[in-house]
Structures are given as C-alpha cells and as structure tokens.
Design a protein around this ligand. Sequence first.
Ligand SMILES: C[S@@+](CC[C@H](N)C(=O)[O-])C[C@H]1O[C@@H](n2cnc3c(N)ncnc32)[C@H](O)[C@@H]1O
Length: 250
Amino acid sequence: MPVAASADTSPSPRKRQALELFGGLPRRYHAMGALLSFGQDPRWRRALVAAVDARPGQRVLDVATGTGLVAFALADRGRCEVVGLDQSDAMLAVARARLAERPELGRRVEFVRGEAERLPFADGEFDALTFTYLLRYVDDRAATMRELARVVKPRGRIAMIEFGVPASWSLRQLWRLYTRAGLPALGRLVSPAWFEVGRFLGPNIEQFHASEPDLPGLWRTSGIGEVHERHLSFGAGLLLWGVRSDQRPA
Ligand SMILES: C[S@@+](CC[C@H](N)C(=O)[O-])C[C@H]1O[C@@H](n2cnc3c(N)ncnc32)[C@H](O)[C@@H]1O
C-alpha cells in the first residue's frame, strides 16, 4: 500500500484549533468518548461501519481516523484493507500503538498523516471511504467533500458520523443542559484538555448545523448520490451515507 506524503501549508485558525484540541486527548480518548456520550459513540461507529459494508479485499480510507477506532472496526468486520488518515501526530501515535498490539491484522491496516483537504491519493483509489466528526474542523466543507469523493471509485460507498442536535424541543433543552454544564464539568474532572473539549463541543455542534442545514444537499453537490440520513440516539448522532456518483461534480 504505497502512500505519498501530503505537502504542509501554514494552518488556518480553525485548523490550528483542531490540532491543539486533539493534541492533548489521545491517552484517554477511547474511554472518555464512550463515557461522555453515555456509551452511544461506539454504537454510532458500528452503524457507520455497517453502512459502508466493506467486503474482503476491498480498500477503505478512514479520514479523521484519530486513534483508529473506525479503522479497526472496518478491518475486523469486513476483513478489508484500511488506510486511516489523520492530521494529528498525537492521535496517530495511539492508533499505531494499538496496531502494534494487533499483529493478526498484518498489513491490512495502515495509518498515515495527512489532511482531508489534500488527500495524498489518486482519483478512485478506494472502494469506500468513512469519516467521523470532521466537517466541523475544515474551512471549506464543499471543497473537502469533493476531495473525499475524488479518491473513491464510482459507485463506492461513503459514510460519515457527526454529532447532531435533537429535533424535539424538550430533548434539545436537555441536550443543551448536558453539553453546556455536564460536559465541561465532567471534562474538568479529567484534565484541562478535556475541559476545553467539554466547553467547546456544544456551541460548536450547534453553530455547525445552523451554518450547514442541508448536509445531504452538500453531499449531492460534491458528487455523492443516493444519500441517506439516519438520526441516532434521539438526534444526538447523525449517520449519512451515499455512493460516489459516476459523474464528477461540475
Ligand atoms: C473527534 S476525532 C474522531 C476520531 C475517530 N474517527 C473517532 O471516531 O473517534 C476527530 C479527528 O479529526 C482529525 N481532523 C480534524 N480535522 C482534520 C483534517 N482537516 N484532516 C485530517 N484529520 C482531521 C483530528 O485530528 C481528530 O483526530
């Protein structure tokens, strides 16, 4: 699986923020992700992996792989080849350490440093692609979506998980209470870095959905068709999946 390195450019404020945010999280990332989402986050990843339905021998790219949770789940379920890509060396270090503990995966899983905005891969190199919690951290979502679609073969599946905001008024109030008070309080108990995440997430998720109210539409204009949307855990999670169109976007 030869992989070229991506060119480094000076990071935008949003990208710098993402790099700083994830620099301090890797050590407790698995446990904290599950705890802060009341055990829902692993369930959402399983739904993502099922939506992609990768087959043995297929090659799948997992973008924003972080510590590799989705990449390992893909490799375990589909017996496919997986490349996990992330811009954070700190997150990738944990992914690689976990890979070292899984010799049975052999050369089927590989982790590379790179950016979603500039993928170091040729057009149509992958049979399928997954990404999680990525679009809130990129400056140009439409361009990033086109870049993700570019590296997938026509008719290949693309799937994403993102946090959502519950649609019902009463659940939204509870969600706001939890994200504005509970998350920062829990984060504070663990470390300053998790306190920052706890403070950041709620407002960031709401701003994201307010500024991007039609995610399926964004996918369609980026060259992804047959887009499906599933709300998970009363709307706190969002799964989107579709297939790379035969035609390149205009
Ligand atoms: C919340 S973590 C998700 C990690 C993992 N996929 C999971 O399910 O737990 C988001 C990841 O996105 C990465 N990331 C953010 N912006 C990125 C970009 N433009 N290109 C590549 N990775 C990015 C961060 O470094 C971080 O590891």
